[in-house]
Write a protein that binds this ligand. Structure first.
Ligand SMILES: Nc1ncnc2c1ncn2[C@@H]1O[C@H](COP(=O)(O)OP(=O)(O)O)[C@@H](O)[C@H]1O
Ligand SMILES: [Mg+2]
Length: 275
């Protein structure tokens, strides 16, 4: 036994997510009613989303992204395709002019981002995702802002997942490497014990080795039953770990399939994966 709640779940996607004890994360303890989706419906879905910023033109056009319970869904596509905009729409940072967002079969499209956190969503935005002037531990404490109970066990689990953060718990996040900062950002989002973790380019600006490590940790998180919805510019590597992949172009779905099928598709390879 490794003593790591995530590693102990390696290779077993079917483990009960509500099982208590042993230091296992219990995704969704704060999420009230969100249960498995309606029959045939993914756990989280941004369904046929259309919308843009403020009064501006639509950026998203009938765009659908979704993730099943405990799975990894990856969104790829060129710069400016609307990947971040789609993530913001799902998290409630964009007013939709069409479509819906459902979690566990329930429409959450009118909820504020904070209310979506209370429903079990965690979001790591693409930029400004840590408080650089706060210590690592203070960042994790800030992440737990909606909790009124003891957060120490969750913090210990985050430190098990990212041991370097335990070493640097008293250091300011702004003094860490890019990869370590991304670990702080992911750890901060895990502090509310979300059911769904949304990550916008978690490996941006890190070396290939650090990227592989971060992907391994993300797989471990998913194996505890937490759904991962992730935007990635390292498209090939991300699709390798994806149950489901979405290629977005100009705010619309271009290709949707399993990660493996997209990787094998000659057109997807030629246009979006560098051949
Ligand atoms: N805050 C904003 N206000 C207005 N337009 C924006 C804003 N953020 C992004 N955009 C525009 O939305 C489009 C999609 O951007 P984005 O979702 O960031 O793409 P991606 O994440 O795929 O690179 C771009 O044309 C971009 O200029
Ligand atoms: Mg983006």
């Amino acid at each position: 036994m490794s003593g790591n709640a995530y590693q102990e779940d390696r290779g077993n996607k079917d483990r009960s997510i509500t099982k208590d004890g042993g230091g296992t994360l219990r995704p969704g303890r704060y999420s009230g009613e969100a249960q498995a989706g309606a029959e045939g419906e993914p756990f989280l879905i941004g369904d046929a989303m259309t919308g843009g910023y403020g009064g501006g033109a639509n950026i998203l056009h009938d765009c659908t992204i979704a993730v099943e319970k405990g799975q990894i869904a990856v969104i790829v596509g060129p710069n400016g395709a609307g990947k971040s905009t789609a993530m913001k729409a799902v998290f409630g940072m964009l007013d939709l002019r069409g479509g819906d967002v459902r979690l566990g079969g329930e429409s959450i499209a009118t909820l504020t981002p904070q209310a979506r956190v209370a429903k079990g969503m965690g979001f790591v935005p693409q930029t400004s995702n840590v408080f650089t002037s706060l210590t690592v531990e203070e960042n994790l404490e800030m992440g737990a802002f909606i909790r009124r109970d003891d957060i120490r066990q969750t913090m210990a689990q985050v430190y098990d997942l990212f041991p370097v953060l335990a070493e640097k718990r008293r250091q300011k996040a702004g003094e860490l490497s890019g990869g370590q900062r991304q670990q702080v950002a992911v750890g901060r989002a895990l502090m509310t014990e979300p059911q769904v973790l949304m990550l916008d380019e978690p490996t941006a600006g890190v070396s290939p080795i650090v990227m592989d490590e971060l992907f391994d940790r993300i797989i471990e998180v998913s194996r505890t039953g937490i759904s991962i919805l992730m935007v990635e510019q390292n498209a090939r590597q991300a699709l390798e770990i994806a149950d489901k992949g979405y290629v977005l172009v100009q705010g619309a779905n271009r290709y949707t399939d399993t990660g493996a099928a997209l990787l094998a598709d000659p057109e997807v390879r030629a246009s979006f994966l560098g051949g």
